[in-house]
Ligand binder design. Structure first.
Ligand code: NAD
Length: 364
């Protein structure tokens, strides 16, 4: 029998288990939260110590394990009926351009998980692929034609990270074709939101820009460094859309790789405009043309996802960034409070704190 006690789900031993790998990370943490909310019996696994996970729930079976190891994969999938693989050694352009071997080693995670899942009879396997699988020649201009699923071939993906994703996609496809294992592949396009990386070198553009603007405000600075000339374009998907699309695809009968991304194309300069507007500030932009910047333009063609599900990611960048900004603001504010003996209290802009809290309230 299963039920709830003190707001916690109580599961019976016979209930199917859903495994989320990379659960200590950004998307994995939100996926665990979503499955848990819906009453699923979840096992959460990540290489990081559990007290470093972005989101941790006491009524979940949380485990620390390195899933590049076959034995760890076997233990993780024991008794599991469906599996979401979100574990990967990854980050924004600053990380993937300088850690190509590390990114490619994530192939061990997906390969060993697929093998273990097949051996133990896991019925569904979701793989988190990326828009980085798309061929470089289709992304050379800022006013790029949005990428359709077939644009991954002929292959010339992002070096390192993109090759690993494309290879692992093929592995999923062949486990489906040769072994009849139900595998599903979502190609995420730039996901952002609260409870993710915003500093330390693995952060992506939306979180990095929020952090830089907040830090400029807090320190009284008037400049922001932007990687590239700011005219490169991307689409950014808010985390709630990502989780919705992931669960739709994982539970569906659709067997091919599918874009899960927003089609709201913006330049990095426009992204900075939005963040500045939320912060109520205007900064001098210093363009670092030597910094990692990735392809010139990239957008998600959502024809296929709309056809399959009658749905596409639609949370506006402005709405999503407001929530993200508020969360990062809060984190930075807390860390400043902890170190307050080193920073003059007047350096913290109280007006921005009120704005951030108001944003959270309005959008929650
Ligand atoms: P993240 O870095 O926040 O989470 C990944 C997690 O995997 C981390 O917590 C990390 O500790 C864990 N991990 C790494 N190696 C491991 C191992 N050997 N064993 C167990 N755990 C391990 O990244 P995220 O943004 O949550 O991304 C989740 C997935 O989505 C990844 O596969 C990523 O490549 C993919 N993806 C993300 C984006 C994005 O914009 N965030 C875009 C495209 C694809």
């Amino acid at each position: 029998m299963s039920g709830t006690r003190n707001g916690r789900h109580i599961h019976s031993a016979s209930e199917p288990v859903t495994l989320v790998t990379g659960a200590g990370g950004f998307i994995g943490g939100h996926l665990v939260a979503s499955l848990r909310r819906d009453g699923h019996r979840v096992r959460a696994v990540d290489r990081k110590p559990i007290d470093e996970w972005y989101q941790e729930f006491a009524d979940i079976d949380n485990r620390q394990a390195d899933l590049s190891e076959p034995d760890a994969c076997r233990m993780a999938v024991e008794g599991v009926s469906s599996l979401y693989n979100l574990a990967a050694d990854m980050g924004g352009m600053g990380f993937i351009e300088t850690h190509k071997a590390d990114c490619m080693l994530s192939v061990l995670i997906n390969t060993n998980l697929l093998k273990a899942a097949r051996e133990s009879g896991v019925s569904r396997f979701f793989f988190s692929s990326s828009a980085c699988v798309y061929a470089a020649e289709k992304q050379t201009t800022a006013d790029v034609v949005a990428l359709r699923e077939e644009d991954a071939y002929p292959a010339m993906p992002e070096d390192g990270y993109g090759w690993e994703k494309l290879f692992s996609e093929r592995m999923c496809r062949h486990f489906l074709e040769d072994f009849g294992m139900v595998t599903r592949i979502g190609r995420y396009h730039n996901v952002y939101g609260p409870h993710g990386t915003y500093d330390g070198g693995r952060e992506k553009a939306p979180a990095a820009i929020c952090r830089k603007v907040i830090q400029a405000k807090m320190s009284g600075g008037n400049e922001i460094e932007i990687w590239g000339d700011g005219r490169q374009t991307r689409s950014f998907m808010y985390i709630d859309d990502c989780i919705h699309g992931t669960r739709l695809l994982a539970e569906s009968e659709f067997e091919h790789p599918l874009n899960i991304g927003s089609s709201e194309l913006v330049s990095i300069n426009q992204l900075v405009d939005i963040v500045e507007d939320i912060a109520g500030t205007k900064l001098v932009r210093r363009y670092n043309l030597g910094a990692p910047k990735g392809v010139r333009g990239r957008n998600s063609d959502n024809t296929a996802i709309k056809k399959v599900f009658g749905w596409e990611p639609s949370i506006s960048l402005r709405d999503g960034i407001e929530k993200t900004y508020a969360w990062i603001f809060d984190c930075l504010h807390k860390s400043v409070s902890v170190r307050s003996s080193f920073i003059p209290i007047g350096a913290v802009n109280q007006g921005a704190i009120v704005n951030a809290n108001e944003s959270i309230r309005r959008l929650a």
